[in-house]
Design a protein around this ligand. Structure first.
Ligand code: 9PG
Length: 437
């Protein structure tokens, strides 16, 4: 860490952190307020950057950090955000704030507000890297937030029929986690999905596009993938742990290993043969963790080569949504990006960890990352949930309307009351602004 700036502070000073990946807390604090940090090691490994563990009271941005006083903003930004993402730390020393970083950071002065400073920087990055303007997103329905991993093929068919009956303007039916037997074994169906290709054909016969969830760079402890190919893991014989979920340890696929790359090709080619042309690729932070790989490249280079491979196989017209994804390293590589932790029925996370499912963390991240929308990609603020059980559904609908580029419903559609149905219809049908900042 090298000191890169010292800033005189006052009672009016605020600091702004951008986190590593989709779920990493990102927001603005009054100086002195405690920053949002992980509360347990497994979630830290999932939702936060592996190389970063700031001391208590230290503010921290991954490649992006801002300090503002009134309309004077100092922005600290990674010089080369898709190659190297320095961690930027800020600690108080008396009435000064000492900023340090472990890589190349550009310091920019801006008059206005923090979102405006971030947007001006993002415009320059897009011009410099020739990032094409994002395509308009299709509308969707996603199985996750009603059925979670218990989803069945019948649930999908039931909602497919419901969206027809209710005349909802939904382009894509996206099957989330639960169709596969294990995380990593994407072509092995769970018992609740007797005919996966048949189900996708059925979706298309109903005039909708077919979408699927994968976590392509994740290898779970119980998977056949791990049993058969332990040499495909990042870290080799000492595999790097990337968290714990679904009641098991999680490891990372080495996207530079020729065998692993062939496997990814087979999976996504098979999906294309099934008529799937919308992909929610999740937990992709795993592809970027530091560790030993077949090709001696950095985590970020390995991550980008994994995304390039997926894009090459699915083709330019398929729609690619990143989730659990390092933000800056994904610039130019996805059509849409989840910018937040998961929505949930609850307003505040019971665990106290803002990276975990709850409306509060989803809203803070969605607001802090509005500047990305229409520049790097289409922002996905997470799904529309409008059923009565959502604690603060009016506020969630308002959030989607004011920061949602991607619009996907994720309720059991037959369980919606009239407010829920009207709101879902409105959010799916309303025009999407090209920018929110
Ligand atoms: C499927 C889900 C949904 C959801 C994704 C992702 O343990 N964790 O920290 C954790 C974070 C997010 C998460 C699951 C676990 O949700 O965001 O939309 O696709 O995976 O499993």
């Amino acid at each position: 860490m090298e000191t890169i700036a010292e800033i005189q502070t006052s009672d009016e000073t605020v600091v702004h952190e951008q986190g590593w990946q989709s779920w990493s807390p990102s927001t603005t604090y009054r100086l002195g307020a405690a920053p949002h940090r992980p509360v347990d090691e497994d979630k830290r490994l999932i939702a936060y950057r592996h190389t970063t563990a700031p001391a208590p009271g230290t503010y921290c941005g991954e490649g992006l950090f801002a300090v503002a006083e009134g309309d004077s903003v100092t922005l600290f930004a990674a010089t080369d955000p898709t190659a190297e993402v320095p961690t930027i730390l800020a600690v108080r020393a008396g009435d000064r704030l000492v900023i340090s970083a472990n890589g190349s950071v550009e310091i920019r002065q801006h008059t206005g507000d923090i979102p405006g400073a971030l947007a001006a920087w993002a415009d320059e990055v897009c011009a410099r890297l020739a990032v094409p303007a994002p395509r308009p997103a299709p509308t969707g329905w996603c199985s996750w937030y009603e059925y979670f991993t218990d989803v069945t093929a019948d649930d999908i068919v039931d909602n497919l029929e419901a969206m027809e009956d209710l005349q909802l303007p939904i382009d894509v039916v996206q099957v989330d986690d639960g169709y596969q037997r294990e995380v990593g074994d994407w072509l092995v169906p769970s018992g609740r999905f007797p005919d996966v290709p048949g189900l996708f054909a059925h979706i298309r016969d109903h005039g909708r596009r077919a979408g699927i969830w994968t976590a392509p760079f994740l290898v779970a402890e119980r998977s056949e993938l791990l049993a058969e190919h332990p040499d495909w893991l990042v870290g080799k014989e000492n595999p790097v742990r990337v968290g714990h979920n679904w009641g098991q340890q999680l490891y990372a696929l080495d996207t530079t290993h020729p065998g692993a790359r062939d496997y990814l090709r087979t999976v996504f080619t098979t999906f294309a043969e099934w008529g799937i042309d919308y992909h929610k690729i999740d937990f992709v932070y795993a592809g970027a963790v530091p560790g030993r790989r077949h090709a001696g490249v950095s985590g970020i280079e390995a991550y980008r080569s994994g995304l390039e491979l997926i894009r090459e196989v699915i083709g330019p017209d398929a729609y690619l949504l990143g989730c659990g994804a390092p933000q800056l390293p994904s610039i130019g590589m996805v059509d849409a990006m989840r910018v937040s932790p998961d929505i949930a029925l609850e307003y505040a996370p019971g665990s106290g960890d803002l990276s975990q499912p709850a409306q509060l963390g989803a809203v803070l991240n969605g607001e802090s990352r509005r500047f990305q929308h229409g520049r790097f990609w289409v922002n996905d603020p997470d799904c529309i949930v409008a059923r009565p059980a959502v604690e603060h559904r009016i506020e969630w609908a308002e959030h989607i309307s004011t920061s949602g580029g991607l619009r996907a419903s994720s309720d059991g559609l037959r369980g919606l009351d009239s407010w829920g149905l009207d709101t879902t219809h409105r959010l799916l049908a309303e025009p999407i602004p090209s920018h929110f900042v």
